[in-house]
Design a protein around this ligand. Structure first.
Ligand code: FAD
Length: 537
């Protein structure tokens, strides 16, 4: 598709408003751009099939929100709600012509709020098409789909993909940075399932669209599988290989007394090397709840076996029994197992099963999802991969930092944890060579996330205490963690982020960036730099 295909003339029904003169003046003030004329803003608005939401629009306050309320102060000059891929291309052309920064937004869940900016947010959220081809098992998704919709849609065909647990995360942002969840050990990262993608690029002279796959634009295809959102081009469509997952799956949960936490952690970290990849196991280590006088931290595990036949149910139970028997019976405080359809289990894990109409309610309220019940959260997270077992000294640090939080009751009002996702050499993730796709982390035992939440209205000192707690915990674990971080748990504190996210794949990613975004129009504080960065850094 070339430039002309995107530039449409004539009368269009657009958005919520025709931009008035004062609105345009506000718009120009907002971006501090003197070279924007009223006519050019109006031209952008007129040329969209979707809507251009300006700061003065009544829709702005809801359209501007991203998941993490830490970034509520960011005020983009406008948000373009794209009705189709051509809208996204029109926006890119317009921004490039006027030298205005833009970022793409899909689900809005970037940990660092990097799908918002002071310029134009190109929001592909309305691109919600989903189509499943039973002859190939490939599903095609518009770039705006959210995980809950993907799981629900595919379950109708008895199919699934491996992706994350949070329902409102965008498939696009998640897949571009890897994507992991309860089906990952058995099926790989979400990015490993990508078959092809439609991407809008700027080659320095024209905005144009390509389809990338193994057979065409294969370098771009390589980079999109783990190279991180917002780096190379604007994705409008994803084709993903699904797999069968019908019937019920087995799942279980266990909680132990903290006195055996180190034994459980050791045993659990060792399991990934041989554990059937159909089984996933996540460990949660948290401070004691503020209401509990006992200050002992909590250790909790959730597991699922996604092979739906009875032998696997039995296997999961015997595997959990093995874990249970590893420590004295008196130290196992709770142990439950049950069966559910995968999509129901996914709803449970995402915290949406209590909604009366979960597939409608499990979204943020918007024009698309007027009954959405989800609300923003304020949080800070940092991530590590562990490639070696954590020794006693490392465990002592975990113990110390979880207790520290419990000692500060105002900080401990909101959740915080060390969250560990088991990977291990028996997983499909580690069967893939680190340079086969841009997702380099293929030698790990588990992915770790240090995370703390607070309330949106909390005062600065409490917010800072939370930030200090996450950062301090992470720093304390340096001697035992690897030098890798998960690019989807993107972290604005990191100075060596490029190496930590991309490791040995970084040089190739920079070459591909130079080829596909030579002018570096796709940039944000942690975007991959082209070899010649177009003068932007
Ligand atoms: C509550 C929560 C739970 C999470 N759970 C998991 C999990 O279980 N597993 C996991 O792997 N990750 C998880 N994540 C991390 C998640 O994968 C990343 O935050 C991901 O980037 C979010 O994608 P998004 O589309 O929602 O976000 P966005 O903020 O919209 O986008 C993220 C990045 O991708 C870019 N981008 C967006 N759309 C496009 C596009 N169309 N083309 C090109 N670039 C684009 C953005 O500019 C931004 O840089 C979670 C995040 C949150 C907040």
């Amino acid at each position: 598709m070339d430039r002309r295909d995107f530039l449409r003339t004539g009368a269009f029904v657009f958005g919520s408003m025709a931009a008035s003169a004062p609105v345009m003046a506000a718009f120009r003030r907002a971006i501090g751009s003197g070279n924007l004329s009223d006519a050019s803003i109006q031209a952008l608005s007129d040329s969209l099939n979707g809507s251009l939401i300006l700061q003065t629009s009544t829709d702005f306050s809801s359209a501007v929100k991203v998941y993490n309320s830490r970034f509520n102060d960011m005020r983009p000059m406008a948000i373009a709600r794209c009705a189709d891929a051509a809208d996204a291309a029109t926006c890119m052309e317009w921004c490039i012509a006027h030298d205005i920064h833009f970022v793409a937004r899909a689900g809005g869940h970037s940990y660092c709020g990097w799908s918002t900016c002071e310029g134009l947010v190109i929001d592909v959220g309305p691109l919600q098409d989903m189509e499943y081809d039973p002859s190939t098992g490939i599903a095609t998704f518009g770039a705006g789909v959210q995980l809950v919709d993907v799981y629900h849609y595919l379950s109708g065909f008895g199919r699934a993909i491996a992706a994350g647990t949070c329902p409102s995360v965008g498939l696009t942002g998640l897949l571009l940075g890897g994507g992991q969840g309860m089906l990952t050990r058995g099926h790989g990262m979400t990015s490993d399932l990508l078959v092809s993608a439609d991407v809008i690029l700027y080659d320095g002279s024209t905005v144009h669209s390509v389809v990338c796959s193994d057979a065409s634009e294969h370098e771009l295809f390589w980079a999109l599988r783990g190279g991180g959102g917002g780096n190379f081009g604007l994705v409008t469509k994803l084709r993903v290989q699904t797999f069968p997952l019908a019937g019920e799956v087995a799942y279980g949960a266990m909680r132990w007394d903290w006195s055996v936490a180190k034994d459980i952690l050791d045993y659990w970290m060792g399991m990934g090397a041989t554990l059937d990849p159909a089984v996933s196991m996540n460990l949660l280590l948290s401070p004691a709840a503020p209401t509990v006088s006992n200050s002992e931290p909590v250790i909790y595990m959730v597991a699922a076996s996604t092979k739906p036949d009875d032998s696997q149910q039995t296997e999961l139970r015997s595997m959990l029994s093995g874990l249970a028997n590893h420590v004295p019976a008196s130290k196992l405080l709770s142990y439950t197992t049950d069966r559910k359809y995968w999509v129901d289990l996914a709803l449970t894990y995402s915290g949406c099963s209590h909604f009366s109409n979960p597939y409608e309610d499990c979204h943020f309220p918007s024009d698309q999802w007027p009954n959405g019940q989800l609300v923003q959260k304020a949080f800070k997270s940092k991530s590590d991969y562990y490639t070696e077992a954590i020794p006693q000294e490392g465990f002592d640090k975990i113990d110390e930092w979880l207790r520290l939080r419990h000692q500060n009751p105002s900080m401990n009002q909101q959740r915080a944890s060390l969250h560990l996702d088991l990977i291990g050499d028996a997983s499909v993730v580690n069967q893939v060579a680190p340079d086969e796709t841009a997702f380099v982390h293929r030698d790990t035992i588990c992915c770790a996330q240090y995370i703390a939440y607070w309330s949106a209205g909390d005062d600065c000192s409490l917010v800072n205490e939370n930030l200090d707690w996450v950062r301090g915990f992470y720093e304390a674990m340096r001697p035992w963690a690897s030098d890798q971080s998960y690019q989807n748990y993107i972290d604005d504190d990191l100075t060596d982020w490029a190496q930590r996210y991309y490791g040995s794949n970084l040089p190739k990613l920079r070459q591909i960036k130079s080829k596909y975004d030579p002018q570096n129009v796709f940039y944000f504080p942690q975007s991959i730099q082209p070899l010649d960065d177009g003068g932007r850094s």
